[in-house]
Design a protein around this ligand. Structure first.
Ligand SMILES: N[C@@H](CCC(=O)N[C@@H](CS)C(=O)NCC(=O)O)C(=O)O
Length: 232
């Protein structure tokens, strides 16, 4: 059994997509990051960076004590190796997937996250920051579009790289993007959106978070963090 510490954000959806695709048995432990549940001592022990998602595998590869993994990219990598699914075993094809997974983790996710922050959550509009992250989003979307003009999925076959990228493209309108401007990305987006496992993953999210809004108190919790709020 796998315990997934989860909230209904792009990084959370990546993992439920994988779990629904493979049918691995799992239990969701909601961590409502709007109310500060990410600062619970028990959660720090699994996720020292106090962020979702995190995973505990009670029957890990190689047996032994339960294995804890934080960082969505590491979780996808771990689960792909555990199941032998959605990541080629070795060679060139494996590293094509890994490089796009790393690109998502180090580039697409953080940049689009800042785009969301400055366009929706910052207490006052800062034109330079809004423009900076909109333009970078635009550049990253254009790169995805070029890659998907050549490949059906981001690294050839459907893989953990697609599962990592897709949830960040779902809120494209909030990022100031029109998918019609990126026709190959639009084609890929619609293909993934229709996958039964993806539909199930998002439906689970809707059951868990029935009121997906962020009020002023939640903003203070999410965006007021500093040294004092980090792991004890
Ligand atoms: N690089 C991390 C980022 C995780 C992350 O930013 N999680 C956000 C939700 S998408 C979170 O838990 N935020 C709570 C907080 O910052 O307190 C990953 O991909 O797992």
């Amino acid at each position: 059994m796998l315990d997934l510490y989860y909230w209904t954000t792009p990084n959370g959806h990546k993992v439920t997509i994988f779990l629904e695709e493979t049918g691995l048995p799992y239990r969701i432990i909601p961590v409502d990051i709007r109310t500060g549940s990410q600062f619970d001592q028990q959660f720090f022990e699994i996720s020292p960076n106090n962020k979702i998602p995190a995973l505990v595998d009670h029957h890990p590869v190689g047996n032994g004590t339960p294995l804890k993994v934080f960082e969505s990219g590491a979780i996808l990598f771990y689960l792909a190796e555990k199941t032998g699914r959605f990541l080629p075993q070795n060679g060139r094809k494996k590293y094509e997937v890994i490089q796009w997974l790393m690109w998502q983790m180090g580039g697409l996710g953080p940049m689009l996250g800042q785009n969301h922050h400055f366009s929706q959550y910052a207490p006052e509009p800062i034109p330079y920051a809004i423009e900076r992250y909109r333009k970078e989003t635009d550049r990253l979307y254009s790169l995805l579009d070029k890659q998907l003009a050549q490949k059906e999925y981001i690294a050839g076959d459907y893989s953990i790289a697609d599962m990592a990228i897709y949830p960040w493209i779902v809120p494209h309108e909030k990022q100031g993007q029109k998918l019609e401007d990126s026709p190959h990305l639009l084609r890929w987006f619609q293909q993934i959106q229709q996958r039964p496992a993806v539909i199930r993953a998002y439906a689970k999210g809707q059951q868990i978070n029935t009121q997906p809004s962020v009020d002023e108190r939640s903003k203070a919790i999410l965006f007021g963090q500093d040294r004092k709020t980090s792991a004890p």
